[in-house]
Design a protein around this ligand. Structure first.
Ligand code: SF4
Ligand code: SF4
Length: 420
């Protein structure tokens, strides 16, 4: 964004990372996002299985659009309202659980290779959803030669865009995992279409319902048509089906409120006591993705349980890992010591491993919060193993797609001292 006070401003789209912070903070309401609202309304009118992939930060903001105070929790009643509007619901928290298993596994791979000096590692992952499962994972660690520590998170598309534009040399440090939205899209169009809803995948229309404007850009990236590629390869769709996107459209929280208003639906009038259906189950680790420090906390719980072979103590600070939460600080850092399980102790001769972690709570004006972190990594002087980056201050709950207050919604105070 460029311009002097009192004259018209302009956005250089080649430099913009699509975070939408200018939109929610402009005191004149001068900036608008593009919207898929009309396309989604048309698809809901028939012939399509329309799937809402609904992110955790939407549940604490949608009620604001219907007259309730910010933070009013709307979970089952939001699902019920979406179903009333004609959507199938795919909780993005469920996709966040998928993400943390992938991203946590990648972190363990990097730590095992670079910190523990192992050539391979084997562990078991499980979940506690209905019909819970266990799976053995065996990682050959040679491939981690090109995936150095520290690992950065990859679930914020504005941060990924920032890195691509301004620090491309940092890319090997960024997790190779897709964001929850981009994991949900192809799962809905493959497993969801074929096994759950039993419909033709090419007639599934996926809609990210996000607190975020950068997710609109993310869904449009050319590489994100993996469901179409996989279905073609397996012969599960006819050759004649043209390429389709993993996520067809994105509605911001504001867009969803407008859709509800046009359909005469008020989510607050539904019950909070509905039972979850397929794709509506998730863990608390998935839910906290919506706030700064949440991805880090979920990753630490996962790494702790895999490397120690046990659950973190439920009543202690270790389970909640409160020290990694963003609060109002631009950067937070912490050290988490994990006692290694017997097999790893025997193999490495090491009793415990300490992971140094950092949470960047909003990249800051001109990238002022993230730049020092990146530059330390590039200089080889970083002490961190894992770094979470959320472009918006406070994380997604303060994203560019959330309801707009007259004087902006960013509550972070940049003059707070850094706890470093
Ligand atoms: S605040 Fe974000 S969306 Fe707005 S111009 Fe800057 S980078 Fe682009
Ligand atoms: S922090 Fe969340 S809302 Fe903000 S740009 Fe990143 S993903 Fe979008």
């Amino acid at each position: 964004m460029q311009g002097e006070i009192g004259v018209r401003h302009s956005i250089d789209y080649d430099m913009c990372i699509n975070c939408g912070q200018c939109l929610i903070n402009c005191p004149f309401g001068a900036i608008e996002q593009m919207s898929f609202l009309e396309d989604v309304m048309e698809k809901l009118n028939g012939g399509w299985t329309v799937v809402a992939i609904v992110a955790p930060a939407v549940r604490v903001a949608i009620a604001e659009e219907f007259g309730k105070p910010p933070g009013t929790l709307t979970v089952a009643r939001l699902h019920a309202a979406l179903k009333k509007a004609g959507f199938k619901v795919y909780e993005n928290n469920f996709a966040a659980d998928q993400t943390i298993m992938e991203e946590g596994t990648e972190l363990i791979g990097r730590v095992a290779y670079w910190e523990l000096g192992l050539k391979e590692i084997e562990f078991e992952i499980t979940d506690s959803y209905p019909g819970s499962w266990r799976k053995k994972v065996r990682l050959e660690l040679k491939e981690f030669e090109n995936r150095p520590l520290p690992q950065f998170t990859s679930c914020c598309p504005a941060w990924v865009r920032y890195a691509e534009l301004y620090y491309p040399e940092i890319l090997p440090h960024i997790s190779s995992c897709k964001s929850p939205q981009q994991m949900a899209g192809p799962t809905a169009k493959t497993y969801g279409a074929l096994k759950v809803w039993k419909v033709s995948p090419e007639k599934v229309y996926t809609v990210g319902v996000m607190p975020c404007t950068a997710k609109i850009y993310e869904a449009s990236r050319p590489e994100f048509n993996s469901a179409w590629r996989w279905l073609r390869e397996k012969g599960l769709i006819p050759e004649s089906v043209p390429p389709f996107r993993d996520v067809d459209a994105v509605l911001t929280t504001r867009d969803l409120a407008e859709l509800f208003r046009r359909k005469g639906i008020n989510p607050l009038e539904f019950s909070e006591n509905e039972n979850p259906e397929d794709f509506e189950w998730y863990s608390g680790g998935g839910t906290i993705f919506g706030t700064s420090g949440g991805v880090m906390e979920a990753a630490m719980r996962f790494a702790w349980s895999v490397l120690s072979g046990q659950e973190p103590p439920a009543t202690s600070e270790e389970w909640d890992f409160v020290k990694v939460r963003g609060y109002t600080y631009p950067r937070v850092h912490a050290s988490v010591t994990i006692p290694l399980k017997k097999e790893l102790r025997k193999e490495t001769g090491i009793d415990e491993v300490t992971l140094n972690v950092c949470v960047v709570n909003g990249i800051g004006f001109g990238g002022m919060h993230i730049k020092p972190v990146i530059e330390e990594v590039l200089a080889g002087t970083s002490r961190y193993h894992f770094i979470e980056v959320m472009t918006c201050p406070g994380g997604c709950l303060n994203g560019g797609g959330q309801p707009v207050e007259p004087m902006g919604t960013s509550w972070i105070d940049p003059v707070l001292p850094l706890p470093l």
